[in-house]
Ligand binder design. Structure first.
Ligand code: MG
Length: 214
C-alpha cells in the first residue's frame, strides 16, 4: 500500500481558472479595462504571490479605498466560489485507491483550505488525509512535511510518489526526500538543473495512470 502524495492547487483542484474568473468579474466591477486581467495574472504569479501583496498592488493601481483586509477576503472567497472538483479527477483518485494507493494531500498555505477547498468541493471523500503547511509548521519543499503526511496515515514514506505542478515545492521536495515524482507541466518546460521529475504529465489523470503503471 504505497502513498500517493498530492499537491492541491493546480494539481487536484484547478486554481488558475477560478482565479481568472474571479479576476474578470472583479475588474469589471471596479470599471477596469478587461485587458487588465493579464496584469492581475502576472501580479498573482499563479498563486505564488502572498495575497496581501496582491491586494496592495490592486489598491495601488486603481487607487481603491477599500481596506486591504477586505480585499484579501474578497480574493479568497471569490476564488473559492469558483473552485470545483473535476469528477474525472475524483474518478482517478478512486481508481488509485482501488489499486492499493493511499492518496494524501500535501499543500502549502493556510488552514482555511481545509474547509474552503478540501471539504467544500468533496475532495475529502477521495483522499485518506491532508497536511497543510500552516498547521504543520513546515512547508514544501522541506522533507519534514512529507514525513508528516506519512505519519498521519501511519504508513512508511518508502515507495511513495509525489505528484504536483510546483517545480520547487513539489518536485524539489520529492528530490529532497528521495522520492520519485510526476510533474504536471501545464504547458511549461522543465527549467531547473538541480533536480528533475521522474516523469512528466499533462494533468492529474495522466499522472495517476503513470504512477499506477510504474
Ligand atoms: Mg500547485
Amino acid at each position: 500500500m504505497p502513498l500517493l502524495l498530492l499537491d492541491l492547487d493546480n494539481t487536484l483542484l484547478d486554481r488558475a481558472g477560478p482565479f481568472r474568473s474571479w479576476g474578470q468579474r472583479f475588474l469589471d466591477g471596479i470599471g477596469a479595462p478587461p485587458a487588465d486581467i493579464d496584469w492581475l495574472l502576472s501580479i498573482d504569479a499563479d498563486g505564488l504571490t502572498d495575497r496581501w501583496d496582491v491586494a496592495d498592488a490592486i489598491r495601488d493601481r486603481y487607487a481603491l479605498r477599500i481596506p486591504s483586509i477586505d480585499l484579501v477576503e474578497e480574493l479568497h472567497d471569490g476564488v473559492v466560489a469558483y473552485t470545483r472538483l473535476d469528477p474525472l479527477i475524483a474518478c482517478a483518485l478512486r481508481i488509485a485507491d482501488q489499486a492499493g494507493w493511499v492518496p494524501v494531500v500535501v499543500t502549502n498555505g493556510t488552514v482555511r483550505q481545509e474547509e474552503a477547498k478540501i471539504r467544500k468541493t468533496g475532495l475529502d471523500r477521495y483522499v485518506a488525509d491532508w497536511v497543510i503547511s500552516e498547521e504543520a509548521g513546515v512547508s514544501k519543499p522541506n522533507p519534514r512535511i512529507f514525513a508528516l503526511a506519512a505519519q498521519r496515515v501511519r504508513m512508511p514514506l518508502r515507495g511513495a510518489w509525489v505528484v504536483g505542478d510546483g517545480p520547487e515545492a513539489d518536485i524539489g521536495g520529492a528530490a529532497a526526500v528521495g522520492l520519485p515524482s510526476v510533474w504536471l507541466h501545464r504547458g511549461r518546460k522543465w527549467a531547473d538543473g538541480r533536480f528533475a521529475p521522474t516523469r512528466t504529465a499533462d494533468g492529474l489523470i495522466a499522472a495517476v495512470a503513470t504512477v499506477l503503471a510504474r
